[in-house]
Design a protein around this ligand. Sequence first.
Ligand code: SF4
Ligand code: SF4
Length: 174
Amino acid sequence: MVIIKRKELSFIEKLYLPQIFQALSHSFRAMFQPRITRQYPEEPLPTNEVTRGQPRLTLLEDGEHLACVSCGLCEAACPAYAITIDGHETERFIEREPERFEIDMLRCILCGFCEEACPKDAIFMSDELELADFSRAALVYDIDKLKRPREELQGRIDYFYQVNDRWRTPSSTS
Ligand code: SF4
Ligand code: SF4
């Protein structure tokens, strides 16, 4: 049989006075520390290339066509079934492109799997976090709402490759 000896509390400890004074001193010191409350939305959230905001589609250098070849890998990888793609043939060198590419932003959980899955650098997570509209339909983003010049996403693209390079062994890059 194990006997557990309880610590005898002093009279002061039984009144919880040390804990109360300790808590009050924390509160008092906090009153003089700089405020960290962010006045959102007047003061926007800080973002950088690590921010995993809403996914966006990159444009080719011509600034007109999407880099997407409508392979459907991002659609298959999306755990939230947020992506819908209909592809069609094209006369251009890439041969296929999406005629419909939609992301339901209400379903999207910003996981980044689409970014990971894409073999064509055609979809990346942007730093766009804000999402508000007056109907559910308006939050299903089509190509016009999703497309961005590559330069706008360049910071994220560089970060993405820097992170993935950690997993590349010399033999896998040769
Ligand atoms: S970020 Fe995740 S949930 Fe959102 S579209 Fe991409 S794969 Fe789907
Ligand atoms: S994985 Fe990339 S290329 Fe394939 S459909 Fe998605 S965005 Fe387009």
